[in-house]
Ligand binder design. Structure first.
Ligand SMILES: NC(=O)c1ccc[n+]([C@@H]2O[C@H](COP(=O)([O-])OP(=O)(O)OC[C@H]3O[C@@H](n4cnc5c(N)ncnc54)[C@H](OP(=O)(O)O)[C@@H]3O)[C@@H](O)[C@H]2O)c1
Length: 235
């Protein structure tokens, strides 16, 4: 299978990249600005799967997504799996949000996810097979303050996923995964918050990656759903 991970070069995306492919797959990862890190990620991933390839795309720019789709379908023919991992946030109070920050976060998180789903979803539909996983967040289910653009975008991804699942059926499955609080190097844990999570801990990136991989590849009778991976936090 040919697997594309948009934003697959760092953080959670990199863990998904390490987890999802096996030796018979081609793995295509993308970065946006950080070419240095992306090249290091490519070299690391090639040790796991030699058939790993790196591309650049800015999903806040439709032309850039169109160019990516054109380049990938020309080189690889068919794309079977797409993972939309990109997500940016800025913690801003209502009084701090500007037109620019609103537009940047909505364009990258929601509009970019829509266009990648449309372009690659239509391609998969024409080929009569495919699977898309969008990375949402529990912030799209149980919003937190100071991130109005982020929570709106992540909530939008959940609705978009449901709506697209109907139009892209019966050939293409599309689902989303909503992580809760995830451990990451350098991120300080809020111990009070941790006690409020029924499973009493933050999640690990590998727990999200395994869920994404299962939904993308193995969950052949699941479409239009959002799988919440949050230790029970949103209950
Ligand atoms: N980490 C958490 O606790 C958590 C919790 C809930 C949900 N999530 C969601 O999980 C996803 C991954 O989060 P993360 O923190 O692991 O992300 P991250 O480390 O910041 O990685 C983001 C990736 O997206 C790429 N990217 C950024 N802007 C882009 C753009 N405009 N166009 C194309 N690619 C772009 C980055 O490439 P460059 O660096 O090269 O620009 C990088 O490869 C996000 O959707 C996030 O909202 C995370």
């Amino acid at each position: 299978m040919n697997i594309v991970i948009i934003g697959g070069t760092k953080g959670l995306g990199m863990v998904i990249s390490k987890t999802i492919s096996n030796k018979s797959d081609k793995l295509i990862i993308t970065y946006n600005r950080d070419e240095f890190n992306a090249t290091a990620a490519l070299n690391e991933l090639k040790k796991i799967n030699k058939k790993t390839f790196l591309y650049q795309v800015d999903i806040s720019d439709l032309k850039s997504i169109e160019h990516l789709k054109y380049s990938l379908t020309k080189r690889f023919g068919q794309i079977h799996i797409l993972i939309n991992n990109v997500g940016i946030n800025q913690r801003e109070r209502l009084s701090e949000i500007t037109e620019n920050s609103w537009n940047e976060i909505i364009n990258t998180n929601l509009t970019g996810t829509f266009w990648t789903c449309k372009l690659f979803g239509e391609h998969m539909f024409e080929n009569k097979t495919g699977s898309i996983v969008n990375i949402s967040s529990t912030a799209g289910i149980k919003p937190f303050p100071k991130s109005y653009h982020y929570v709106a975008a992540k909530s939008g991804i959940i609705s978009l996923t449901k709506a697209l699942a109907k139009e892209l059926s019966p050939f293409v499955r599309i689902n989303s995964v909503a992580p809760g609080y995830i451990e990451s190097p350098g991120k300080k844990k809020d111990l009070k918050l941790q006690q409020e999570i029924p499973l009493k801990r933050y999640g690990k990136a590998i727990e999200i990656a395994k869920t994404v991989s299962f939904i993308a590849k193995d969950a052949t009778y699941i479409t239009g759903q959002t799988i919440v991976v949050d230790g029970g936090m949103t209950l």
